[in-house]
Design a protein around this ligand. Structure first.
Ligand code: LMR
Length: 330
């Protein structure tokens, strides 16, 4: 082989090596799909996760965040994850019913006294067991994330349970939430989050239940006359990934990514606590919607009618989990 040919072959081989190494070193793309606005606890948690991944592991992981149902609705995201079309999501705990009945615990009305009790339960052995309840179905629970306690909105104050009679309420895809509204003779309708504003605006439904941050960021207060502060239920999330994706990650990347997720969740939980106060205040300040407070006597009436729902789901959930959650109420 003449010198020129040898030189060309060597150059070609080098070019191939450079190309191959750059392909091999390309960061792993992690798509995080969620349904809420960016300025919400989950939206802020996702943004923080992106910031941490960019700071700490930019050469290894490229996190792409898709908010506001841009990529998937919550009823599609888990099947898309199984197909490898998305790697991270954080659906409400209410939306896992197809995969496990145990997480229905978190939908039981008037179960938790406050968010400190929710934290205490979630960090307990029983709470951590529930985080694992979707394992074996192809998914891994990476952590809980808070949004907060839910309120009831409608075009009238809902002071006592009889005020809700006959009204149509949008709910998440949860049989517990359906039973909760049936207990007050209301009509529950399972609808995706992305449709709630329009359903309220067109009066296809009369009301809904959600947190202050979701009602504020989705402008629900502009199309509802009253929000009754019931704090009757919890809206929390599970950070979830597919076992195939997670177990297929190189060990060092998995450990580092999990640390970023834990730190982003801690940040998101701080945001949720702040927004429960500030978004409520912004709704009040808007003057578009009245915030109705309940007297302890009226709230007790809601508890009395809704709490029997617990018994109905005790078999599916497991009494030991309900007892542990109640015990977490300091
Ligand atoms: C809802 O559907 O109301 C919530 O789950 C939306 C969310 O992710 O906070």
């Amino acid at each position: 082989m003449c010198f020129k040919r040898l030189f060309q072959t060597l150059m070609f081989a080098c070019a191939l090596l450079v190309l191959a190494s750059s392909v091999l070193a390309a960061p792993i793309v992690v798509k995080f799909s969620h349904v809420v606005a960016e300025d919400t606890p989950k939206g802020q948690m996702a943004a923080k996760l992106k910031e941490l991944c960019d700071q700490r592991m930019a050469d290894k992981v490229l996190l792409e965040v898709y908010p506001s149902s841009q990529l998937f609705n919550d009823d599609k995201v888990l099947s898309a994850m199984a197909l490898g079309d998305v790697q991270l999501a954080a659906p409400a705990l209410s939306k896992f019913e197809k995969y496990t009945k145990k997480l229905q615990l978190f939908d039981l009305p008037f179960l938790f006294k406050d968010m400190a009790s929710v934290d205490k339960f979630q960090q307990s052995d029983k709470g951590q067991e529930l985080l694992k309840s979707i394992e074996g179905k192809g998914y891994i629970g990476l952590g809980y994330l808070h949004n907060g306690l839910k309120q009831l909105s409608a075009n009238k104050p809902l002071t006592v349970p009889a005020d809700a009679k006959g009204l149509k309420f949008r709910i998440m895809t949860s049989d517990v939430l359906a039973a909760q509204f049936e207990a007050v003779d209301a009509m529950p309708l399972k609808k995706p989050f992305s449709e709630v504003f329009t359903l309220l605006q067109t009066k296809a439904i009369d009301g809904q239940e959600n947190t202050w941050s979701n009602m504020y960021s989705q402008k629900m207060y502009e199309v509802q006359d009253d929000i009754t502060e019931t704090n009757h239920g919890l809206l929390d999330y599970m950070l979830v990934t597919s076992s195939e994706f997670w177990n297929g990650l190189p060990e060092d990347i998995r450990v580092e990514l999990k640390k970023c997720i834990d730190d982003a969740v801690a940040y998101g939980n701080k945001v949720s606590a702040e927004k429960a106060t500030s978004d409520k205040q912004k709704i009040i300040d808007s003057g578009r919607c009245k915030v109705v407070e309940l007297t302890p006597e009226d709230r007790a009436k809601w508890v009395e009618v809704m709490q029997p729902v617990w018994k109905q789901f005790e078999g599916d959930i497991g009494k030991e989990y309900i007892d542990a959650a109640v015990a977490a109420n300091n």
